[in-house]
Ligand binder design. Structure first.
Ligand code: TXA
Ligand code: MG
Length: 321
């Protein structure tokens, strides 16, 4: 049985109590829904991997309520400190050397000497973290290999019966996972693009970011990356210049692709061509098109600028078979 909770204070207190008791609770963040467990409890963390059906023990993000709590778990050099001050709370995950006296268990870190930390800005996530009063490990609340959830219903579709509760906070505003950045050496590395863009990060760092690791599933800095992590059931064809017979269409912007009028189904990520709106729609749109039973989804070209880099990164992964 999966308990469905609201964001009322009594329900959040109940959710925090479940987390403290080692149970699994899904909750909204500004990016996607997370499948949360007490990050200090290896048995609770193991149940995350079991519920998701993850192929291995990928390192998880430890979510905390503020920078002070984060500093108890990780070592913040000057770059990490500056990024945290600029973007927390928010959709940025910082990978830093683990603090020897930290409380996050080794299993949550997959045995690494580094730790991924994030302070989410979603008020429900923050309230829950404050009430739980400990770091909460939370990958996206989907079965391994499935599309990340942006509503409580998506979580239930994938994981009902495999978790103890889900807090329904409505649609997640950003819609793609956090930007992940490694601050382990002098050079800062981008491990996963997200809504905090390379341009945003470089502005704060005052130096260029290294992108080694992005799009490379074997990169040593990002041990948990699977190429086909975001896959829908349908095949995905990127940068389509026309829609072929039988294909569904994932459109973007005001211009219709040739053949769009006979597409098996179509969703436009943003008729106005707005990349922020497109990111928020991305997983929802993939689910909608997948649900039509279409075998192939043609994806209109999406510009690589700003949030487009994160959207295209997720779509390239969805296209890998
Ligand atoms: O927006 C998000 O980040 C969502 C919400 C729930 O916060 N969470 C999420 O978690 O996307 P997950 O587990 O699906 O992705 C975590 C990413 C993975 O790519 C993982 O490899 C990387 O963070 N990661 C975690 N710890 C790491 C470490 N010590 N070194 C390098 N990469 C790490
Ligand atoms: Mg995920």
């Amino acid at each position: 049985m999966t308990l469905q909770l609201t964001t009322a204070p009594g329900d959040l207190a109940r959710a925090a109590g479940l987390l403290r008791a080692g149970r699994l609770v899904a909750f909204p963040t500004e990016t996607v829904y997370g499948l949360g467990a007490d990050a200090t409890d290896p048995v609770a963390v193991a149940s995350i991997y079991a519920a998701k059906g993850r192929p291995g023990f990928n390192p998880l993000i430890a979510h905390v309520a503020g920078l002070e709590a984060a500093r108890r778990e990780g070592c913040f050099g000057s770059a990490a400190q500056r990024l945290a001050e600029a973007f927390w709370p928010g959709p940025l995950t910082l990978v830093v050397p683990v603090e020897a006296s930290g409380s996050v268990c080794e299993l949550a870190r997959a045995g690494l000497a580094s730790i991924a930390l994030r302070v989410p800005s979603h008020p429900v996530a923050l309230a829950l973290l404050q009430a739980a009063a400990r770091p909460v490990a939370a990958p996206s609340a989907n079965r391994s290999g499935h599309v990340s959830p942006t509503t409580a219903q998506h979580v239930l579709d994938d994981l009902a019966g495999r978790l103890d509760a889900v807090v329904d906070g409505g649609d997640t505003p950003v819609g793609v996972e956090s930007t992940v950045v490694a601050c382990l050496e002098e050079q800062v590395h981008l491990l996963r693009p997200g809504s905090i863009t390379v341009e945003d990060l470089e502005r704060v760092l005052g130096a260029p970011l290294s992108r080694t690791g992005v799009g490379d599933a074997d990169a040593p800095l990002s041990p948990g990356r699977l190429a086909a992590h975001y896959a829908p059931n349908a095949f995905v064809r990127l940068n389509a210049e026309r829609v072929l017979p039988g294909e569904a269409l994932l459109a973007f912007g005001p211009l219709a692709l040739p053949g769009a009028e006979t597409a098996a189904a179509q969703v436009n990520l943003s008729p106005a061509g707005d990349l922020t709106q497109a990111a928020a729609m991305l997983y929802r749109a993939l689910r909608l098109l997948d649900a039509t039973g279409a075998r192939m989804i043609a994806v209109a070209p999406i510009p690589e600028a700003g949030l487009g880099a994160a959207i295209n990164d997720r779509l390239r992964r969805a296209a890998v078979r």
